[in-house]
Design a protein around this ligand. Sequence first.
Ligand code: FES
Ligand code: FES
Length: 161
Amino acid sequence: MTQISVRVDGASYADDVEPRTLLVHYLREQLGKVGTVVGCDTSNCGACTVHLDGESVKSCTVLAVQADGSEVTTIEGIAEGGELHPMQRAFHEKHGLQCGYCTPGMIMASIDLLKNNPNPSEAEIREGIEGNLCRCTGYVNIVRAVQQAAGEMSSTAGAQA
Ligand code: FES
Ligand code: FES
């Protein structure tokens, strides 16, 4: 066992983990963060996407020990004060989901996309989320949701500037 210290969704944790424990399993099984899901065993689907020190990562490709000393944000940590994150609200309003299994990872990847490119074109959105697979929607409403959130988030940022 190895001890790690990590902040997850704003709370601090110190836990013993097996050196081989994947971050996604640590989040789900030790911390109960079951909003982050596992959709494949091939590192392909992106359903497990979280932010590690602000960068989007597939948490099934990271060992828990690699997160030692880091800040992790999951889908459960992005709402503030009981208000959905603009990206969560946009997925809801634009019907950017059907079964919802891909949605936590899709939202986390999309937030990271807008951090690097606040006003992406449709092609840039599709390229930005290409590591996240959705078997249900055909992606059209997902792209619309990201466009809505981009508009909202950049106007909020402008208002705050
Ligand atoms: S569960 Fe991580 S990429 Fe599919
Ligand atoms: S909504 Fe079902 S996999 Fe995307």
